[in-house]
Design a protein around this ligand. Structure first.
Ligand code: AGP
Length: 592
């Protein structure tokens, strides 16, 4: 949530660089944006409402500067307007600050600062941090003032502070991501919420951990542990992502690019180091209680995990959303295993769940895309899904890769990791054949037909029930059509009252023992006027429209969600929504 990008170096185009960097982070927040940069003797601030992607740098009339900070916002405290957009600054305008996260005790600190004579222009928690630093700077060196302020902040945050009087940039984090890019020329540094933002300039990165701070001054970056109050050494890591994989190429949007990439990303997920899969399988075998934990789409993947383990490994497991996990804390012991699923590895609700679990000595496994994320670094075992950067807010390729890993794990617990791999390889081959323009054109026919509907429903049974919930998320977040997923058998207990003439209902069908029943549920809906869109390996008389998927048995959650991803994308485009940056959302949700 919220994108931070900053530049410190020799180039005198820092404001332009920061704007370009922010454009690449826009998926993290796009209500408003702003930059602050140092000119001769003061800080220039520029803030605007709306998406930074629409901005042409040459129209902005920016001055030269070699040090700048920037932010694209996903509003938490205070509405979307210029005064609440970041950067925030102090009365003297010599300290400017950008912030990602939530500062929970800001009201009391604001009152304390008001008594001291500070006045505030915005409704944000962020502006309070800038003033708190200013207050401490009256009696302390600037670096110590930042340290003291961060110690008083409660909550999760990533901040970057620019001080124009001594040309210093300071970044600190606790719970929200912040990565330092080390430029190819000496004394050049980038700071960003996510690596792809500066990949064009460098692949050398330093990860800030919680309670760490970097002070960039006199062309040098120094690192500090804010709890131990000591200077620390940090390792430079070379990232092997190429810039191209983080760019859109010839595609109209990241979402369709990432849907199409699933041919390759699935293959990468399947070709996991079998040792990691077996290590996790052993941990599951020996655990007394396994919990899958995730949020949103990753949560739905965790729910599929429960079904896969019941069916393939004949093993009972549990699922909880990150935000609900603490309700189970009394059942956690050092023999419990927690398997966290996340694309970003930065989702605050899941990170908090890990903190709860760690207090009880629970062993943590994470299935993540960003291998160097906070979640990965908090885990005992990391299973990287290797999907490459996922930029569209709607998760697609990461979802199917996570499903592939859970399928492998379920087979590994049944002693058959090779069998799992083979089933997945077969499915991936068929998905490769399926993802072609003709398939998309076929789905477009149904998108055209239903593009004006107000509501639609998705049904599934077994592992396709959580996939029906996931299908609903996909349709909601990008098409803005009211969509709800149900277990096929549940409709007759209430929701069937919502079905009227031509209400579209997608039935996710697997060619297994649930097939007869889901078809019978679809028949009940059709009898009430529903328009049935069957996502199934075989056509059925009951379908008004059939979207063919390969017959893949245990892999059906993966193959069934792909056509719905395409449909959601097409509906978004037809309804003139931005599929990559849907309203009110952000890619990684780093607030509770
Ligand atoms: C997916 O389409 C969503 N945008 C969202 O539900 C997402 O899956 C959720 O916020 C969890 O994110 P994570 O995978 O990065 O933890």
């Amino acid at each position: 949530m919220c994108g931070i990008f900053t530049y410190y170096g020799h180039k005198n185009t820092a404001p332009e660089l920061v704007i370009e960097g922010l454009k690449k982070l826009e998926y993290r927040g796009y209500d408003s944006w702003g930059i602050a940069y140092k000119t001769n003797d003061e800080i220039e601030i520029r803030k605007e409402i709306g998406k930074i992607g629409d901005i042409k740098v040459k129209d902005l009339d920016l001055k030269h500067s070699n040090i700048a900070i920037g932010h694209s916002r996903w509003a938490t405290h205070g509405g979307v307007n210029k005064k609440n957009a970041h950067p925030h600054f102090t009365e003297e305008k010599d300290i400017a600050l950008v912030h990602n996260g939530i500062f929970e005790n800001y009201v009391e600190i604001k009152k304390y600062l008001e008594k001291k004579g500070h006045t505030f222009k915005s409704d944000t928690d962020t502006e309070v941090i800038a003033h708190l630093i200013e207050e401490h700077a009256k009696t302390h060196e600037f670096e110590d003032a930042v340290k003291l302020a961060t110690q008083e902040i409660e909550g999760r945050y990533a901040i970057v502070v620019l001080n124009s009087s001594n040309e210093t940039m300071i970044a600190a984090r606790k719970g929200s991501p912040l990565i330092l890019g080390v430029g190819h020329t000496e004394g050049e540094y980038f700071i960003a919420s996510d690596i792809p933002a500066f990949l064009k300039y460098t692949n050398k990165v330093i990860y800030l951990d919680d309670n760490q701070m970097t002070v960039i001054k006199d062309g040098e970056a120094k690192f500090y542990d804010m709890e131990k109050h000591e200077e620390i050494e940090k390792r430079i890591v070379e990232i092997d992502w190429d810039e191209e994989s983080a760019e859109m190429g010839d595609f109209a949007h990241f979402m369709i690019k990432e849907i199409t990439e699933q041919k390759e990303t699935l293959a990468r997920a399947i070709n996991q180091d079998p040792k990691i899969i077996e290590k996790v399988a052993k941990a599951i075998e020996s655990a007394k209680g396994t919990y899958f934990v995730g949020c949103g789409t990753a949560g739905k993947v965790g729910m599929v995990g429960e079904y896969l383990f019941a069916k393939i490994a004949k093993k009972h497991t549990n699922f909880a959303f990150g935000s609900e996990f603490s309700n189970y804390k009394d059942f956690l012991t050092k023999d419990t295993l927690m398997i966290c699923i996340s694309q970003s590895g930065e989702t605050a609700d899941t990170l908090e769940a890990i903190e709860v679990a760690k207090e009880k000595g629970v062993k943590i496994v994470s299935i993540v895309n960003v291998e160097t994320s906070t979640m990965a670094r908090m885990s005992d075992i990391v299973v990287p899904i290797k999907a490459g950067p996922e930029k569209a807010v709607a998760s697609t390729k990461a979802t199917t890769s996570q499903l592939a890993i859970l399928t492998l794990l379920a087979y590994a617990c049944d002693g058959g990791v090779k069998k799992g791999q083979q089933e997945l390889i077969n499915a991936a081959g068929q998905i490769n054949d399926m993802l072609n323009p003709r398939y998309e054109e076929h789905i477009m026919k149904i998108a055209e037909k239903i593009k004006e509907v107000e509501s639609m429903y998705i049904i599934g049974r077994g592992a396709n029930y959580p996939m029906a919930l996931e299908a609903a998320i996909k349709l909601q977040e990008v098409s803005y059509i009211h969509a709800e997923g149900f277990a096929g058998g549940e409709l007759k207990h209430g929701p069937i009252a919502l079905i009227t003439e031509n209400t579209p209902v997608i039935a996710l069908v697997a060619n297994d023992d649930s097939k007869k029943e889901i078809i019978s549920n679809a028949t009940e809906i059709k009898a009430r006027g529903g328009y049935i869109i069957g996502v199934a390996p075989e056509n059925d008389d009951i379908f008004d429209f059939w979207i063919r998927v390969p017959d893949t048995q245990a892999v059906s959650p993966i193959v069934n969600i792909i056509p719905v991803q395409i449909l959601a994308y097409q509906l978004a485009v037809l309804r003139k929504n931005d599929p990559d940056k849907p309203r009110n959302l952000a890619k990684s949700v780093t607030v509770k």
